[in-house]
Structures are given as C-alpha cells and as structure tokens.
Design a protein around this ligand. Structure first.
Ligand code: KG4
Ligand code: ZN
Length: 381
C-alpha cells in the first residue's frame, strides 16, 4: 500500500487571503530522549507550538552509557504520552496536523523503530502521511528554524554522539568537510568526568572545574592538527588524561582539588584548540563558495560550553561571518527540529517513501566515506 499523499497545504484566513500553512508533528527517539513537538509554518513564518522531551538519563545512570534495550523500551512506553502532551500544549487535535515527521535514522535501531512504528500507527489511524527524517538533518536545519539562515551555511554538530562539519546547501543537500574518526567531544568530556570522579553528564562538571584551573600545567595533545583537512580525533585525549591523573596520584597519593581543576582546564583547552583550528579550516573551505550571507552555526550539547563557544564566536568575527548558536533546548536532541526538517522536506518537494526505512547509519553526505567511530550514544554517520 502506498503512503497517503500530502494534502493541499492551503488554507483561507479570516480576511479572505490564502495562506500556506503547514503543521507537522515531529517524533524523535534515536538515542536517549523521547520527544514530540508540533511546528507550524504560516507563509514562511515559523512557530514551535510545543516541544516535549522526556530524558532517560536516570535509567542509564548505573551503566556508564546508554543501554540500547532499556532505551528502546522506555521510548515505546513514553512516546504516546509525549505525543498527547505535545498536542495538548499546542491546543490541537491529530486531525489538525498535516503530516507526521519521524526520525528514521541514524541512531540506536530499537529506539528508531519505536518512533517509526508510532508514526505509522498514527498514520494508520488518521490517514495522515509520514515523512522519514534524518536525525542529523534535523540538527543541521535547526538554524533555519531559529534564525532563518540562508543556504549555504557552515555547520558544526558537536555533541555526545556527533562531531562533523557540514556545508548545508539545501534541505536535502549536505557536504561533509570532516568529522571525528573516533569519539565525539561530548563523549570525551563524559569520560574525563568519570576518570576524575565528577558527575554525569560530564561536560558541565568539567567546564565548572576548568573555570578555576591552570590550562597550561598539563601538556595534552592536540590530535590530528598536523594533518590537513577537518577530520578530528578525541579518544587519545582521554588516555592522555588518564596518564596525567595516574602520574599525579603516584607522586602525591591522590588528587587535590587544584589538581582536578588543572586537569579539567588542560583537557578543555585541548578540545577548544582542536575545534577552533579545524573550524578555521572549515570556514576557509566554506569561504570558497562566496555565500551571499555567510554564517557558521553550531549545534549539540558541547556548544553549551562557554569557552568553546567564545573561541568559535571570535573565529567567525575574525572571518567576518555570522555566528549562530541556537538555544540549548534546540541544540540538544528534540522533536521540534524533526518537525521542522519535515516542513523543509515538504517545501523542497523532497519526500521519499524510502526515507521511512529505519536505519542505524545514514550519512547526510553519501559521497563522503563513512565515519566509522561509534561511541556510547550509538552509530555516527
Ligand atoms: O546534544 P546532546 O544533548 O546529546 C547527544 O549527544 O546527542 O549532547 C550531550 C553531550 C554530553 O556528552 C555532555 O557532556 C555534553 O554534551 N555537554 C557539554 C556541556 N554541556 C553538555 N560538554 C562540554 N561543556 C558543556 N558545558
Ligand atoms: Zn543528536
């Protein structure tokens, strides 16, 4: 059976003028957040009517990472509640939605499947069409939802599961300039926190310690800076940190508060240096396109780090391009970005029923070789 086609998205306003209105319910369940949201576009104006996120951090806390089976079960249990809440907050019924957009990859396959099955269930009950969305496209298109960025813009996705530079050329066209070949930076922050006895998620805890530490006391490596291009590597940093920690413990019998702060500061400075230098190269490559309204956008949990954000902001200013960091709630995993990516696909006429197949890997840029790193948050593309 074929999928229902999208209805004509034209409605009449009270004043008698025709307006194009698109209202999409988005679903996200590719990692450890169950999310539903409703986004509306009225003649080019974008509005998030609701965005509900149920986190799973406490369910995985005892295991030192996301357990795929636990995540999938929790998504299946929570998704319908999440949808009900998103509809209630938006004050809409399912009948008023034009389509359902759902993350169909990349991610932990059990979670992706629960989202896709839920979307198909709603479609079967309501006759509404379903649009399969690439989770990374959701992140990459968010700056258009929040700031109306124009194509082509440069994007750095940097979180616990992703790290890549993309040139976003259209809703369905991305060029990857480089990415991590092993861990994502958020993962490195989380592992560092664990090694130093700090709480999870590690990023905010390490950043707080680093604020009063000496970044120069420990000499941590800046991996892959000696190689051309925008690929990155962060797994060696964690080993370097472990060695530095053990050397201090062997010498003094333990870590003082100041030792911990200095280790955090040194580690954070190394990550910031690598991201800044690789961003500089990405901006130069992007500059060759002579975009009419050039911009560099970041998304992902690590973009919350003030020290890193400031470095990237300075770098952009130095190159005379706009720097955009969407609000954190839209930088981390959420369903508003999936609903928005659905609207972008509708507008671009880029709806393909094959996109609804749930998949663990789904590179945005099929022309670039696969990035094989796969961390605690599952497969990266
Ligand atoms: O985007 P996100 O919520 O989830 C995915 O990974 O998809 O990112 C979470 C990651 C965690 O690894 C967390 O430690 C990191 O973002 N993070 C930070 C900061 N806040 C969150 N890393 C560095 N500094 C921060 N302030
Ligand atoms: Zn994500």
């Amino acid at each position: 059976m074929g999928l229902p086609v999208l209805p004509a998205l034209k409605r009449q306003s009270n004043s008698g003028h025709w307006r194009i209105v698109t209202i999409i319910l988005g679903l996200e369940s590719s990692c450890d957040d169950t999310a539903a949201a409703i986004v509306r576009e009225v003649s080019g104006r974008r509005e998030i009517l609701s965005s509900v996120v149920y986190g799973q951090t406490s369910l995985h806390a005892d295991f030192g990472g996301v357990v795929p089976e636990i995540a999938a079960r929790a998504h299946a249990e929570k998704m319908d509640l999440c949808v009900e809440e998103a509809l209630a907050v938006a004050g809409l019924g399912l009948g008023e939605i034009d389509a359902i957009a759902v993350t169909s990859g990349p991610g932990l396959i059990g979670g992706v499947l629960s989202g896709v099955m839920c979307a198909k269930g709603i479609a079967a009950a309501t006759g509404k069409p379903v649009i399969g969305v690439n989770h990374l496209a959701g992140h990459a298109l968010t700056p258009r939802l929040t700031d109306g960025l124009r194509f082509p813009y440069l994007m750095l996705l940097v979180s616990g599961g992703h790290c890549q530079f993309l040139i976003v050329e259209a809703a369905d066209r991305f060029t990857r300039l480089g990415g991590t070949i092993d861990d994502a930076p958020g993962e490195a922050f989380d592992k560092t926190a664990k090694l130093l006895g700090l709480p999870q998620p590690g990023g905010p805890a390490v950043e707080a310690e680093a604020a009063s530490g000496d970044p120069k006391r420990f000499a941590f490596p800046r991996p892959l800076l000696d190689r051309p291009g925008c690929d990155m590597s962060f797994s060696g940093l964690k080993t370097a940190l472990l060695r530095a920690r053990d050397a201090v413990v062997a010498e003094k019998g333990g870590l003082t508060e100041q030792d911990r702060r200095d280790l955090c500061a040194g580690f954070q400075a190394a990550i910031a240096d690598v991201l800044a230098e690789k961003s500089r190269r990405a901006i130069e490559e992007y500059g060759l396109l002579n975009a009419s309204d050039p911009a560099f956008a970041v998304a992902g949990g690590v973009a919350a780090n003030k020290a890193i954000r400031e470095r990237l902001e300075e770098l952009s200013a130095g190159h005379g391009i706009k720097f955009i960091a969407p609000p954190l709630s839209l930088c981390t995993d959420n369903a508003a970005m999936i609903a928005w990516a659905g609207i972008e696909k509708v507008n671009a006429g880029a709806i393909d029923p094959k996109d609804l197949v749930a998949r663990p890997r789904w590179p945005l840029d099929a022309r670039s070789p696969a990035l094989l790193g796969s961390g605690k948050k599952g497969a990266k593309a």
